[in-house]
Design a protein. Structure first.
Lengths: 345, 345
């Protein structure tokens, strides 16, 4: 059974487009924030922060999606790494996970569902957190994900609100999972050919485990690059931090197959909706090719962390991460708030 | 748009049957439990317990399902009350919620999705917790739910593992939401006719807010009655507590429409799978009618709490709860572990 052939839309490409999500939430009367809620969903942060006491805050996030690869175990592993990523993106350490499972029981063997779960369990174990529960339903198509709670010191959270003018921007994983997974779904690309991207998506974003405490103090802002693509998440960071961001396309890490897949026209609806979402917010240099623009819209699944770091510490941080995250690159800088939120050169 | 007509299976009836869930999880290599995990999913507890320090433990749960009523706002409210219930079932107070949303964007107006969210937001506000995030995807059918984190004192958690021989069993809401919601889905019952059940499902299980601290010390075991039906959850409590339970059918609270709906044959697959799940575990008295048996299998959505309480405190607790939870009844007792896990008389 080819898992990607059992669903209409794969992975983060099935995410509700940001512009529509805004319309749904517009006018909604939210419950008031109780004492302890330091960060809610209002600024498109990756996770919420709930302060328990002066030493401990919870970092909470939730993510799930349809299969983006055909191997059940790889799918579970990617879904878990993707969900855990948001805790890392806030500087936290994951502690507990709950599974979100929807499966077409009539057509799918229990053993396949078990493989999905096993892939996730292996990644959860690597992260040093535990699987403490979940919920499963019979549904038309397979979906899997996690609700994750991590712990962070309340004074040491990373958010997308603190990027500073003069910072350099670091991206820790290559771009292109959207177009590559579309190639897989269209059966034009084998999982072997896509292995670089699959391994990257299974990779935990546990950069804190590889950085010195001094390195960590130089990270001012962070987010993970997922469904809204690089420019979508850059836009959210720029707005939340009241700055503009400059991106150098030639410095962007991309998978070996990314441009090849874009050239073959492997696009999702999310490529379009991400473009729509940032319409009028990005200034692209005239010299750029169409695909150099599109790669910045490419919806990422379990994408890398986008870090806004003190310029003097950037090279150190890249060096510290390069072994475990070979794609790690300095991709641009933070500039004063200007006419556009993002300048891509 | 009649929400129940947009899905194949409604509410908890779409839950993966327990027997199949066991098959899926069988042989799975779970991540080890890290320090702090006091209760995981292994004993069918309602929620996990993760101890932060000697004063504070997290109570965590996650639940979501398809529409069981046609009103979007009622659906959101029921889904929220249902998810929050598991925190109350462990003796906790809910603090943070994250939304789980899957919606058929092509056929569903944003305003309908907003109504679902609003229904949930209203119930979350009533519970004194906050909505801090979530995830939304484009899907074939509408699903909504919450991941909820509550706080409890680590020494004061309720679980299904501590029912004691001699305890009386209290149920706080009437039974029958499964058959009544099937009537709604089959368009044989209007939401007006089902209003008693709908109001009950929207009702928070916040019994702690109505009990004295002395009453609370007399509650030995608790669980909420949901998709596996009364006998399914009784079975889990009996096994976890190493006791047997005796249920008096004539004392069971049921909605005015419950038996009428059962007589019309409004059954779901979950009625059958719940029967299968407890096969050989229940001794039914010969005098019982078929529908008196079936009501004990009826899959509940946002059902009541099943409490195992010190016999001498039972009347007090019922009196304290009766105003806010008019269905509250003493339905049976805890007896020594015997040949069957449950005796229904």
């Amino acid at each position: 059974m080819k898992l990607t052939q059992t669903v209409k839309k794969s992975g983060c490409a099935a995410k509700v487009p940001a512009i529509l999500l805004r319309e749904i939430l517009n006018g909604l009367s939210f419950p008031p924030n109780i004492a302890g809620v330091e960060i809610d969903g209002a600024h498109f942060d990756d996770a919420a922060i709930f302060k328990i006491n002066d030493e401990v805050a919870l970092v909470q996030t939730l993510d799930f999606f349809t299969p983006i690869v055909d191997s059940a175990k790889n799918f579970g592993a990617i879904a878990a790494a993707n969900a855990l990523s948001d805790v890392y993106a806030m500087g936290g350490k994951p502690k507990t996970c709950m599974a979100i499972l929807a499966a077409p029981l009539a057509i799918m063997e229990p053993s396949i569902i078990r493989e999905v779960m096993q892939g996730a369990c292996d990644v959860i174990a690597l992260s040093g957190s535990s699987l403490v529960g979940g919920h499963s339903i019979d549904d038309d198509s397979l979906k899997f994900g996690l609700s994750v709670t991590g712990i962070v010191h309340p004074e040491k959270t990373w958010t997308n609100q603190k990027a500073k003018v003069g910072d350099l921007l670091i991206l820790t994983k290559p771009l292109g999972t959207g177009t590559i997974c579309t190639g897989i779904k269209q059966q034009e690309l084998s999982e072997e050919e896509a292995s670089e991207a699959i391994d990257s998506m299974k990779r935990l974003n546990n950069i804190v485990d590889f950085l010195s405490s001094e390195d960590i103090t130089h990270i001012h802002g962070a987010t993970d690059v997922t469904g809204f693509g690089l420019t979508g998440h850059c836009y959210q960071m720029a707005r939340a931090s009241a700055v503009s961001l400059k991106i150098h396309v030639e410095n962007l890490p991309v998978f070996a197959k990314s441009y090849e897949c874009l050239e073959k026209g492997f696009l999702t609806k999310a490529h379009r909706s991400n473009k729509e979402y940032t319409k009028g917010k990005i200034n692209f240099a005239e010299s750029l090719t169409e695909n150099q623009k599109i790669i910045t819209y490419d919806p990422q699944t379990s994408g890398g962390l986008l870090l806004s770091v003190d310029a003097k510490a950037a090279e150190n941080i890249v060096t510290a991460l390069k072994t475990s995250f070979p794609g790690t690159s300095i991709i641009g800088s933070v500039i004063q708030k200007n006419e556009f939120d993002i300048y891509v050169e």
